[in-house]
Design a protein. Structure first.
Length: 262
């Protein structure tokens, strides 16, 4: 099975950090840190991208590796890390075919990245690869989202612009998405522009269909169970409170029990 072409390329990668802005106080950062402090190291950051979490945790002395299928995102991560004199271990791989030399106590899949694998067979395979990469008693933690609920509009659009601090170049993203209740996936169209003094000096149009799969709480639980995870727990957003029925954003933790505990 050949995975689809990687998504985070060109202006998507170049604009990623600029459009996200200051992420230093995002709540998931504190949540995952607490998880690492509780369950231990080594840690793998899946879909580490430009290193939002990885670089912060490396700076704190945490033994953490990163993997991502986008060479562009990894190059930005490497560059940012080098500026801080950090030496991250980064792997360019597709999650569906994950094959790393180490096994981990904690594997993080932040920013709903699991949901970017839409094909059912592929996500089942990816979950098994994650399970394989855990040490006995290790845990997988992933943030997940319900993208659509009955009665809500199927179409949405939004726009964001931000300036890059280093050279003042403006980046603009116009995002449109259509949710299909039958496949439970959305397709997306994104226009990215680089703007200098009100002139568009570069633009790219990115389409993805399907782009993202939606998960209810029970579908997320089943996904983890199917891969062999046990003691599966769902939390409300990035808290340690039990998930509430109305929560669209939730985190899932699954344990790989040692063979004598199964
Ligand atoms: C939503 S971004 C999150 C980036 C980073 N974790 C953060 O929070 O800023 C998803 C990341 O996962 C990567 N990715 C998407 N699909 C992937 C796959 N099948 N295998 C490995 N990485 C993937 C993308 O290249 C991108 O860097």
């Amino acid at each position: 099975m050949k995975p689809p072409e990687y998504e985070y390329k060109g202006l998507v990668a170049e604009a990623w950090d600029v459009l996200r802005g200051d992420t230093s106080n995002w709540v998931d950062r504190h949540f995952y840190l607490k998880i690492i402090q509780t369950y231990g190291e080594p840690v793998l950051d899946v879909g580490c991208g430009t290193g939002r979490l990885l670089i912060d945790y490396l700076q704190q002395g945490i033994d953490i590796d990163g993997m991502d299928n986008s060479p562009e995102m990894l190059a930005i991560c490497q560059h940012k890390a080098e500026k801080l004199r950090l030496k991250p271990t980064l792997y360019e791989q597709y999650l569906e075919n994950l094959e790393l030399p180490r096994r981990y106590r904690v594997i993080l899949v932040p920013s709903s990245t699991l949901q970017l694998i839409c094909e059912v067979k592929a996500i089942v395979k990816a979950m098994k690869r994650l399970y394989e990469h855990l040490l006995p008693n290790g845990i997988l933690v992933a943030s997940m989202m319900t993208l659509w609920k009955e009665g809500e509009p199927l179409y949405s659009e939004w726009e964001k612009t931000a300036f890059r601090e280093t050279d003042g170049i403006k980046f603009r993203r116009v995002a449109r998405s259509w949710f299909d209740p039958v496949s439970e996936c959305e397709r997306t169209e994104d226009l990215y522009q680089k703007i200098v003094h009100d002139n568009v000096i570069m633009e790219e149009f990115h389409q993805r269909s399907p782009a993202t799969r939606s998960y209810s709480h029970s579908q997320a639980r089943d996904l983890f169970a199917k891969a062999g995870f046990q003691n599966i727990r769902l939390f409300s957003g990035f808290t340690f409170d039990q998930v509430k029925p109305e929560d669209r954003l939730f985190t899932v933790i699954g344990h790989k029990l040692s063979s004598c505990e199964r």
